[in-house]
Ligand binder design. Sequence first.
Ligand SMILES: *[C@@H]1O[C@H](CO)[C@@H](O)[C@H](O)[C@H]1NC(C)=O
Ligand SMILES: *[C@@H]1O[C@H](CO)[C@@H](O)[C@H](O)[C@H]1NC(C)=O
Ligand SMILES: *[C@@H]1O[C@H](CO)[C@@H](O)[C@H](O)[C@H]1NC(C)=O
Ligand SMILES: *[C@@H]1O[C@H](CO)[C@@H](O)[C@H](O)[C@H]1NC(C)=O
Ligand SMILES: *[C@@H]1O[C@H](CO)[C@@H](O)[C@H](O)[C@H]1NC(C)=O
Length: 469
Amino acid sequence: MKNLIKSILILIPVLMSTTGTEEVVYAQVGDTVTLKPPRRDNLKDHYLYWSFGHEDLQLAWRNPHGGQGFDKSPWNHSLSMSDDSLVIHHIKQEHFGTFICKLTMNRNSFVITYKLLKLNVIMNPPFPLLPLESLSLVCNAESPQSLMKPEIYWLTPQGEKIKINEGRLTMRATSQHSGEWTCVVTNGEKEYKATKSVIVVDLSPAPLRPQYTSKSSPLTVPCSIAPHISWDKIIAKGIQGVHWDFFPISGLSSAVPQKLFSLCLGDELTWKTEKNTGLKPVKDLKKGNLTLIGKLRSEEDAGDYVCALNFTNGVILKRTVHVNVLQIISSPGTDFISGQQVNLTCSIGHPLPSDLQVKWIPPKALSLPSLRPDHHHLTIPEVGTGDSGTWRCELWQNSTLLTSATIVLKIESKLSVWMLVIICSVIVIAILLLVLIFTLYRRKQRKMRHLRHRLCQCKNPKPKGFYRT
Ligand SMILES: *[C@@H]1O[C@H](CO)[C@@H](O)[C@H](O)[C@H]1NC(C)=O
Ligand SMILES: *[C@@H]1O[C@H](CO)[C@@H](O)[C@H](O)[C@H]1NC(C)=O
Ligand SMILES: *[C@@H]1O[C@H](CO)[C@@H](O)[C@H](O)[C@H]1NC(C)=O
Ligand SMILES: *[C@@H]1O[C@H](CO)[C@@H](O)[C@H](O)[C@H]1NC(C)=O
Ligand SMILES: *[C@@H]1O[C@H](CO)[C@@H](O)[C@H](O)[C@H]1NC(C)=O
């Protein structure tokens, strides 16, 4: 009887301390989860047991003397212990359930229970999408019986919160949907996050500003497939055509769009040139680089360059690059006589944006301030022979040189022009004199011959009748 009472007395504290805490842990199939033992000061002095479902199915144990063991039979190589924490690798469907960690020391025990619940995050379709294709994101979380339903919402790649019932989100894909989506499950004060990468096929953004060039400057017309998308994925999405088109600035030329290049989509990717402009595609096609480089041949090549990808489902991805061509227009002409007034205009065919600055560079160390350049306009009241040579106009934006154009002016001195006039006159007069002298001489010669003739007649008289006929 005494013994019985003693054992009951011992049992009571054991039962009392066994009531531990319960925690909910969410994980996706394939995740690795680490379950930590309860926090105790003298943890190393306890016996530690990890079990699954109920205390009988023991997974791992450790004693205070450093000995430890696993019963891996149903779990095979999915388990490991690290600092008394239980690590479950590559969680499978059958691993979801209740995990129990029991600590005992001096017949006192403490238990913590983990409810490992499944979080299901699915993206449909799983491969890269084209814009306008339907995209659906599902986030399901098992709810613990004892607790209320967890709250679920999605965070967009831009960090925007979208609250959705049942965790399902359906939308038409746009390039903004590209990136990491996060499903957030809140259970009481605890938050669980699961991420999903969404890839929407797109071209890199076109430059915001127009490109500036001139006939003498190199030009790059950029266009490339967004960096995280390989060419293979583009093919897998059913690419139908890739081409570059050109839309001239209306007014300069006929505003009819012109095909510049089209891609031959065979095993060997090659560009077919439809129209020669001086530009050429770079040789980085496999990396998704569709950029054109080169030098324009004419001011009439200013306009919109459009690179377009079209897919079998009708989606067309396009990027437009505006290209402006800088040139110097000289009025009147480029050949002058010193003393003439010359107007130079640095122009792109339409007014320059006000945030761009024009800088004139004359051929030699000319005193530009005296010319008082008025932005893109320069008037030289009286050109001199020193103004002969290459004039350059540079287009700047703050401290960046965008492009520059040049013009060659030929200026003859007034004197040399007068001298030319005099020399020409002298030559003309000399020729006239020569002609006059020659005619006079000829005339004189003829007269002489006539005279001699008459003299001969006298010496050898011939029958008169012969001449009279
Ligand atoms: C344990 O894993 C090995 C290979 O990793 C496998 O051959 C064996 O069938 C597995 N056992 C169980 C019970 O899953
Ligand atoms: C798509 O590309 C093909 C092949 O280059 C072309 O024949 C077709 O006209 C293009 N479709 C559109 C809408 O641009
Ligand atoms: C494409 O090629 C051009 C010229 O080689 C280069 O300057 C540019 O950085 C490339 N773009 C990308 C996205 O690789
Ligand atoms: C140059 O421009 C001024 C006004 O800016 C104009 O009066 C003048 O006629 C122009 N001269 C020539 C040669 O075009
Ligand atoms: C140029 O400078 C102005 C002010 O000095 C500034 O507001 C503007 O953002 C700058 N532009 C660029 C492209 O750096």
